[in-house]
Design a protein around this ligand. Structure first.
Ligand code: U2P
Length: 202
């Protein structure tokens, strides 16, 4: 009887690379006295990964997840700082003040939503937005404790509650001045007014 040649697609042993990739070369079958490797499809399945690939997925998977979470959270935190900056401008920025006296304070404090309850002290800065923002970098600021102090002075008006009830209508006194100021910065943006300093001549 003639020897049967191995039939491609039937009992042909898979090439070594393929065998590894698909988890072959487990079982064997004898055909006319010759042993052929037969894939062990049932026990290993088509989806079996390379051990090295598996290890990489296990090791790098969590790292990738943290990286993706970081990418997703960074814009959220930036958006939050933008909101705080907008809030800072509402509370402390007035480009063109009128009067800078008690009536000015009473009117602007109400207009900016700072009278429910009456805020005790609040300063309005009358510079440009760019000069105020620049306090958070070297252009117009320097470190001052946990805050940043402006290099240049600003025209400011500080409104102080006259006292009594903290419910509206709120009475204020105004102090106008030309002073350096200290602010807190987050991600390069001012978010809190800390204090102002009388400029002493050197
Ligand atoms: O001190 C309480 C809050 O009052 C505001 N403040 C304080 C001192 C000052 O000279 N000017 C002034 O506006 C600050 O308000 P914030 O910016 O935090 O809303 C300070 O926190």
């Amino acid at each position: 009887m003639s020897r049967l040649a191995p039939q491609p697609g039937r009992n042909t042993p898979a090439p070594p690379g393929l065998s590894r990739a698909f988890g072959l070369s487990r079982g064997s079958v004898a055909l006319s006295g010759e042993a052929f490797e037969e894939p062990n499809w049932r026990s290993e399945g088509m989806g079996r990964k390379e051990p090295l690939l598996e290890e990489m997925v296990i090791l790098l998977g969590p790292l990738l997840l943290v990286f993706m979470l970081g990418l997703g959270l960074a814009p959220l935190s930036l958006a939050k700082d933008e909101d705080r900056y907008t809030h800072f401008l509402t509370q402390h920025y007035d480009a063109k003040p009128k009067g800078r006296d008690g009536r000015y304070c009473e009117s602007i404090m109400k207009q900016r939503g700072l009278t429910r309850p009456c805020k005790e002290v609040n300063t309005f800065i009358h510079g440009t937005r760019n000069d105020i923002k620049a306090i958070c970098n070297d252009k117009n600021g320097e470190p001052y404790n946990n805050f940043r102090r402006s290099k240049s002075p600003f025209q400011i008006t500080t409104c102080k509650h006259k006292g009594g009830s903290n419910r509206p209508p709120c009475g204020y006194r105004a102090t106008a001045g030309f002073r350096t100021i200290a602010v807190a910065c987050e991600n390069g943006l001012p978010v809190h007014f800390d204090e102002s300093f009388i400029i002493t001549s050197q």
